[in-house]
Write a protein that binds this ligand. Structure first.
Ligand code: F6P
Length: 589
């Protein structure tokens, strides 16, 4: 990175926008234009490519290391112009600047939204951000880097073997206990960066309150070489605290300390438990030494926290240098969004396309299809990021939304998905926009030395076969196969011709990176964070609260006495719930 980049990194202060009513997107000229385009819209990817040889080039964009091809999307210049008008009219760029500056754009919780600050580079001599970030009286840069240094120091101790368990053995397994954002991010990143994990170290992730989860994850572990990280922003989450108590119980039992003196038990906890939380007082009450706790701040949403201390398990696994590259990847995309005109701004364009598909072409879900096995948890991670953020029915001023919001995100890595659900994407009746993600260089290149005696020659690079599928699928989805093409292959029965016809015009976005480095992974995550931001801003919703998960949590606590068999509590339930709990009690041995 050059000095010049940091000089550009001035975060402009701006007037408060967050308290004002959001713009109703449906009232904008851009939206009205889109309405009229959609009314007579007949997608024709074959025709569009035939008539415009420059289409692929025109709709391919670069954001840091990510090459993003939108040309197989259902867009025309007219659509893109109207979408960009909507982005301008709803203030996407201004709200992004407000977020970077620490304004309280999380209105319903009255909080700043500053995950972008987690990856701002450290102020070092010659590379000083021109405007240090101070928000609500807090020197954000200083605090972020002080915590990072503490995490790095601890991780290095574990990696080097300087940190030992209570019996003096070095740590071999790190078990992260957390749920939602305190689990999905770390586990996804750990899986994605497996090739960077230090040999001899392993991380595991316990999240579910189903006791089977912690049982299975710890069954074969040696307590003397196991370190638990209790990761919880609030340190009040039922699942995580229950699992943390079960882990502590497991440690004492397996070390033969169940009946030991309190001091001995405490010593064991001090060497085998650390915590990550914004509530350090609660960490201490649990019995974890605050010295061994890593903090973060209420301006980091759970689903935006993977690059905070919540990633401590991954820092231990991959080390400081790789983690720094990971953060640099996020920052490169933040900079892309901040400095690139909307017309070439990749997350903004992708967010706009999603609005087009959702609000005008009737798409309800969105597939994410990574063609790299290491991203096998990416769709699960994105489900929280996108659906907890944008699954909202009121806007940030409390008024009802004026259009559909949210998309159902789902997916599996290719080629597994091809043999499962792609049928529906190719030939079903629903429109399912899909993001295809891949890397040019595999972490584990392997050759098929034997071949199959047919198309696969001996010595074939298997990644080439893999990527042939990536390219073939996006091609098939875009261009399909006409009835005439089916007939030309010799099919004569018209019923079969119909079954073998592919309509095409199924929109995809292709994302290609050189390889799945820590930096590229950070770039991919930041890309989706800002796609979510773009859509949320257009819909006028607070993408940073999550009130919708609260009711179920409250009711679980209220229902517990009934499930334990308390008759009065059982009688107080609605007839369906009462009957179900009664059935459970009858079946439970
Ligand atoms: O229940 C939803 C949620 O609040 C998520 O937003 C969050 O990531 C998760 O629970 C875990 O919360 P915590 O980190 O406070 O345990």
């Amino acid at each position: 990175m050059t000095r010049g980049l940091y000089v550009l990194n001035v975060i402009p202060r701006r007037t408060e926008v967050t308290e004002s009513a959001p713009v109703d997107p449906t009232s904008t000229e851009g939206w009205k234009k889109l309405d009229s385009i959609a009314a007579g819209f007949t997608p024709d990817l074959r025709g569009w490519f035939d008539s415009d040889p420059g289409r692929a080039e025109q709709y391919t964009f670069q954001a840091a290391d990510l090459t993003v091809d939108l040309s197989k999307g259902l867009v025309t210049d007219e659509v893109v112009a109207a979408l960009l008008q909507v982005a301008k009219d709803t203030g996407v760029a201004e709200r992004f600047q407000a977020m970077l500056a620490g304004e309280h754009i999380n209105v319903t919780e009255d909080r700043a939204v500053l995950h972008t600050a987690l990856r701002r580079p450290k102020a070092t001599e010659g590379l000083v951000p021109a405007a240090p970030l101070t928000v609500d009286g807090q020197d954000v840069d200083a605090d972020v880097h002080a915590t990072l240094d503490k995490v790095y120091g601890f991780a290095e101790q574990v990696r080097s073997g300087a940190w030992t368990g209570v019996t003096g053995k070095r740590i071999e397994t790190v078990v992260n206990i957390g749920i939602g954002g305190s689990d999905l991010g770390p586990v996804m990143v750990y899986e994605a960066l497996k090739p960077y994990v230090q040999p001899g170290l392993e991380a595991r992730f316990v999240s579910n309150i189903d006791p089977a989860d912690i049982y299975e994850k710890t069954a074969d572990l040696d307590p003397e070489t196991t370190l638990f990280i209790v990761a919880s922003k609030t340190f009040g989450t039922l699942e995580t605290l229950t699992n943390a108590r079960l882990a502590r119980q497991w440690l004492w039992e397996r070390l033969g300390l169940t009946d030991a003196a309190d001091d001995e038990k405490k010593n064991a906890v001090a060497k085998h438990f650390v915590a990550v939380s914004t509530a350090l007082d609660k960490v201490e009450a649990f019995g974890i030494d605050p010295e061994n706790a890593f903090g973060f701040w209420d301006w980091v949403g759970g689903r935006y926290s993977v690059d905070s201390a919540i990633g401590t398990s991954v820092v231990i696994a991959i080390g400081k240098e790789n983690w720094e590259q990971f953060l640099a990847g996020f920052h490169a995309i933040d900079e892309h969004v901040r400095t690139t005109p909307l017309e070439q701004n990749v997350p903004v364009l992708m967010g706009l396309l999603n609005v087009w598909y959702t609000n005008f072409l009737g798409a309800q879900s969105h597939a994410v299809l990574p063609y790299t096995q290491y991203l096998h948890r990416f769709a699960a991670y994105l489900q929280q990021l996108t659906m907890e953020s944008n699954g909202k029915r009121v806007r940030w001023d409390g008024s009802p939304v004026t259009t559909e919001t949210g998309e159902v995100f789902w997916g599996e890595p290719g080629t597994n998905g091809q043999h499962a659900f792609y049928q529906l994407i190719h030939q079903g009746t629903r429109l399912i926009p899909a993001d295809f993600i891949t890397v040019a260089n595999p972490a584990r290149p392997l050759k098929d030395e034997t071949g199959d005696g047919k198309g696969v020659a001996p010595g074939t690079d298997v990644h080439t076969l893999f990527l042939a599928n990536f390219f073939a699928q996006t091609k098939a989805l875009a261009f399909g196969k006409s009835a005439d093409e089916v007939r030309a292959e010799g099919t004569t029965d018209e019923g079969i011709v119909a079954a073998r016809t592919f309509p095409g015009n199924k929109p995809t976005t292709s994302i290609i990176a050189p390889e799945l480095t820590p930096s590229v992974l950070g770039q991919l995550i930041a890309l989706y964070e800002h796609i979510v931001f773009t859509e949320g801003t257009i819909w006028g919703i607070d993408s940073f609260d999550q009130w919708g998960v609260e009711l179920g949590k409250q009711l679980a606590l209220q229902v517990t006495p009934a499930v334990e068999g308390d008759q009065a509590a059982l009688d107080a339930q609605d007839p369906s719930t009462k009957a179900l709990i009664a059935k459970y009690l009858e079946l439970r041995k």
